[in-house]
Design a protein around this ligand. Sequence first.
Ligand SMILES: Nc1ncnc2c1ncn2[C@@H]1O[C@H](COP(=O)(O)OP(=O)(O)OP(=O)(O)O)[C@@H](O)[C@H]1O
Ligand SMILES: [Mg+2]
Length: 389
Amino acid sequence: MKQINLPDIIVTIEKSGNRFNAWDADGTKWTSSITTGARKKAFNGNYPLGRFTNKVGKHYWRQVNEDIISSLLPTPSPSAVEIPEDHAEVLNFIHSSYSLKPQGLVMSELKWKYLMRSAVRGKNIMMTGQAGCGKTMAAKAVVNALDRPDYYFNLGATQDPRATLIGNVHFDKTKGTFFSKSLFVKAITTPNSVILLDELTRAHPDAWNILMTVLDYGQRYLRLDEQEDQATIRVADGVTFVATANIGNEYTATRVLDKALMDRFTIVEMDLLSDEEEKGLLTYMFPNVDNTLLENVAKIAHMTRIESSNETARISSGISTRTSVEMSGLLFDGFKLEEAADVCVYPQYDNTGGVDSERTFVKQIVQKFLDDGSNDELFSEEEVTEATN
Ligand SMILES: Nc1ncnc2c1ncn2[C@@H]1O[C@H](COP(=O)(O)OP(=O)(O)OP(=O)(O)O)[C@@H](O)[C@H]1O
Ligand SMILES: [Mg+2]
């Protein structure tokens, strides 16, 4: 008899600001578990999505039709998250908030709780850490975990900070000159909104100047125009800002963030994953890929990180978690480890200097995990064990 696969959760998609949020009947938000593409398609097609489980126990989301929905009994689900008011409730909320962290995000319990606490307390949060270590992912997870209106701005991608943060002046034959406010103005005037300022360090210095008064706890206003009427807009009560920083020598496009602006933030540093955590993440994400292969990816990444943090480092940066996830994706799609390294890793390392180049060095590390381990030019077995423990 054919078993019918039924979804355990059904969500409908609502558009709020520039986001497509997924809600189930109990008011629980599932946005972070579903890809943006799937949510957008469901919204445009006006159909609900269901969470199904595949043979290996992994969840996936797809369209559900009406008769499946009516055949389902209501399922018990965790209650919606509301920001508590009194202190006992706040304490309880913060200390039980680890369950709100998405499983696919690797972050220590302490860091996550600190992040949630800063958000609940209305601090301006700045996520820092190396490239591809989960800053944007963690910032988005916080925004999703709090049941509050949310807005996303990628400041690294804006060419015109005034238009993005303030608005545009238009001219119309009948109306004359008029001002259209930006989405950012809407965001800061929405009480209790959570506003994600991604890649703030890559933003134009004009953007920093505009944000200076907005982020200042003592000022909290946006100045619309410096010259003319000095009109300002107040930041609504309960608004929280979460920014991400790309700080480090590998970012050439990153400007050094103004000290005064940096001072307005509570810093939450994302840690690099240990090789055990890295392997755990990769096996969680790719349960169908051979375990040893994933373990090797984690070890390669880990060894490059250890090397790059040495005083006598022969490479300037380690392989990021973003890259190890990409490599594993290639393994999942049938590429060999050496092929995955060839396309995702080597191009990140400088090729000049021939045998003494960074690229050659990284190639040798990868090589260790391709052969039987008899090639001991670079690291002894003990070094490998030590580095990976
Ligand atoms: N701590 C982590 N937990 C889970 N996945 C991670 C983590 N860090 C990185 N990843 C993976 O790497 C990808 C990139 O992460 P993310 O965009 O959050 O990095 P970032 O720190 O914002 O990078 P950048 O400095 O380039 O802005 C994620 O989509 C995820 O697949
Ligand atoms: Mg980022």
